[in-house]
Design a protein around this ligand. Structure first.
Ligand code: ADP
Length: 319
């Protein structure tokens, strides 16, 4: 093995740059050349490939987004697109590829490996919804952003004695809502993994109001309900002054936390080792502070589960 490649794909996440840096530096440490593929699988098909030196990843560890850019690419879901990608990789002299992204990106990495081109996956997504790892790169930073927003909203909610519905990202996974709700002291957390009862939510709000609570905060994952709709229903059912805040894409940006930078550095470096060891088709993760790896096929076959103990705790503490 003389040269490897690295790309970022799918939804971006803070910490992807730290992972790219780790891949490049670790490869060079092992006397390998390394190329960056710009614009995910779409860039790969077009051959947007450039060799990266030590300095090219300097001054990026603290930056959000991804210097390699990211994209979604329908063409890559088909065999012809994947074979075009392999042609470009071979033309550039690349013999193994590190793919930083989410589930969809892992599917692409699996397909390339099945066509004989070894790829290793690194979990980069704010949603924390990838199997085979306790944490994904970007989750901790997104939580920090959401908690900062909740704290600020709490100030104004208290001044005006209002109920606030805060909608956060998470189409299929409630991790951001749950962790941010617990850390932000929300009265109610709604996640896509669990049905909710509108009457119960309103009863809780009324009880809080009766015992003199100055404000109420409801954190809802976008996949559980629309924040705007929920706010409307609460207003109608309780008559409480209810405002809605949809946090949106701000959750995907920002400088990565120390946790995400360290996680990205460890995962990126391990991915390079796996490529060197000839273990294509695997993806790295963290479990009990140990860096581990699994077959991508197993990861894609499994279902991400919400921490039900944490959900119970969040309910117990918000009575
Ligand atoms: P994420 O990686 O964040 O889950 P997406 O689901 O959008 O994001 O996937 C990113 C890209 O991965 C897609 O645009 C596509 O190019 C590629 N991809 C997704 N699914 C497949 C698939 N089944 N086979 C090959 N490539 C895929």
């Amino acid at each position: 093995m003389k040269k490897i490649g690295v790309l970022t794909s799918g939804g971006d996440a803070p910490g992807m740059n730290a992972a790219v840096r780790a891949v490049v530096r670790k490869a060079i440490y092992h006397d390998l050349k390394v190329s960056g593929i710009y614009g995910g699988y779409a860039g790969l098909i077009k051959g947007n490939i450039e060799e990266l030196g030590l300095g090219s990843v300097g001054d990026i560890i603290h930056r959000g987004g991804t210097i390699l850019l990211s994209a979604r690419c329908e063409e890559f879901k088909k065999k012809e697109g994947q074979l075009k990608g392999i042609e470009q990789l071979k033309k550039a002299g690349i013999e193994g590829l590190v793919v930083i992204g989410g589930d969809g990106s892992y599917r692409g990495a699996k397909a390339l490996t099945e066509h004989g081109f070894p790829c290793v996956g690194v979990p980069g997504t704010i949603d924390n919804d990838i199997c085979g790892t306790q944490f994904t790169i970007g989750f901790d930073t997104a939580l920090k952003t959401v908690i900062e927003a909740i704290d600020k909203i709490r100030d104004t909610a208290t001044s005006h004695e209002r109920t606030f519905v805060i909608e956060v990202m998470g189409r299929d996974a409630g991790d951001i809502a749950l962790w941010a709700g617990l850390a932000g002291g929300a009265e109610t957390v709604l996640v896509p993994e669990e049905n909710y009862d509108m009457n119960e939510i309103c009863d809780r709000l009324r009880k809080g109001h009766e015992r003199g609570k100055k404000h109420s905060i409801i954190v809802v994952a976008e996949g559980a309900a629309s924040g705007v709709e929920l706010g409307k229903q609460i207003r109608e059912l309780t008559n409480f002054d209810t405002k809605v805040s949809v946090l949106g894409h701000m959750q995907r940006g920002g400088s990565p936390t120390a946790f995400d930078r360290v996680l990205a550095s460890r995962l990126g470096a391990r991915a390079v080792e796996l490529i060197i060891e000839g273990k294509g088709g695997r993806a790295v993760g963290i479990e009990n502070n140990q860096i581990i790896d699994h077959e991508i096929a197993d990861i894609l076959g499994g279902a991400h589960t919400l921490d039900t103990n944490l959900l119970r705790l969040s309910k117990e503490l918000s009575i």
